[in-house]
Design a protein around this ligand. Structure first.
Ligand code: NAG
Ligand code: NAG
Length: 267
């Protein structure tokens, strides 16, 4: 009961007197709750107890007291995190309120967690067959879009930068790895080209940094031997992109999907 010091006398049948005294407890007026945050965003976890005077607050994570850093520090009695980090801010986080006089019993909030939403760059991986050199026309090829991400992830696939519609996609049962697969059945010359995937969740959208190049030789189609890669170049400096086709008479370059062919002049 607040405001009173309750003492309970328990007499045992053996005649001993056992006295337990309950001190007054501090009471939380604001306590932290589980929250979601995108990795890198800021979060403030509230904490406040009453009576106002003489309370010392501290925050713990997994039982260890949190030190103030420039990234994560106490703002009054609240805990403020400037950039939420998946590894360093995972819970359980607890706010502790203690009275300097010791007159009141120290209280701890319920442990809370920050549900951190994140997405990393996906990677396109050839799942079937196990080696690209084994791919023949008519085969089924399975590509996997692999990434580390939180929660539900949506996947999209691109063939030569053209978005593949849902009809082209065959959803398999949820993979053990957090990837989603693209099934290419009955490989033919038109299947050749560059494959990329894009993943999206509540934390954002990311396109694969790598591409998978399907280059099956066989009929009359041209066979790409090396593909140009993205390059970072200082303005005014020279960039070389290498592109080679086997048995091609002429190789043309396009800029920004523009059908107009770039001239050799200055390139
Ligand atoms: C962090 O800083 C607050 C003041 O903003 C202070 O009350 C608290 O004791 C500090 N925590 C630690 C663990 O030093
Ligand atoms: C795929 O097969 C080729 C030729 O047999 C071999 O040189 C290459 O190392 C293999 N790649 C992988 C990833 O096993």
């Amino acid at each position: 009961m607040a405001g009173t010091k309750g003492c309970l006398i328990v007499a045992s049948i053996l005649g001993f007197g056992l006295i337990s005294c309950r001190e007054d407890k501090l009471v939380f007026t604001k306590s932290p709750k589980d929250v979601s945050a995108v990795e890198g965003a800021s979060v403030t976890l509230p904490c406040k107890a009453t009576p106002d005077d003489g309370i010392v607050y501290l925050w713990t994570r997994d039982g260890f007291t949190l030190e103030n850093t420039t990234r994560r520090f106490m703002q009054g009695s609240n805990l403020h995190i400037t950039r939420v980090d998946r590894e360093r801010d995972a819970g359980p986080l607890v706010c502790q309120a203690e009275h300097i006089t010791g007159k009141y019993k120290t209280v701890h909030s319920s442990p809370v967690s920050i549900l951190i939403e994140f997405i990393e760059d996906p990677t396109v991986v050839l799942v079937k067959p196990d080696n690209a050199t084994k791919i023949r026309f008519g085969d089924t090829v399975v590509l996997d879009c692999q990434l580390e991400a939180s929660g539900d992830v949506d996947y999209e696939w691109f063939h030569n930068e053209k978005h593949l519609s849902k009809d082209d996609l065959v959803n398999t049962e949820r993979d053990v790895v957090k990837g989603r697969e693209l099934f290419l059945t009955k490989i033919q010359s038109s299947s050749n080209g560059v494959y990329r995937c894009q993943a999206r969740n509540s934390a954002g959208s990311r396109k694969s940094v790598n591409r998978f190049v399907l280059a099956v030789e066989g009929d009359q189609s041209l066979h790409i031997q090396s593909i140009p890669t993205d390059q970072t170049v200082r303005k005014g400096h020279t960039a070389f992109f290498h592109c080679a086709y086997k048995e091609a008479i002429k190789v043309l370059w396009h800029f920004n999907n523009n059908p107009e062919v770039l001239s050799d002049d200055g390139r």
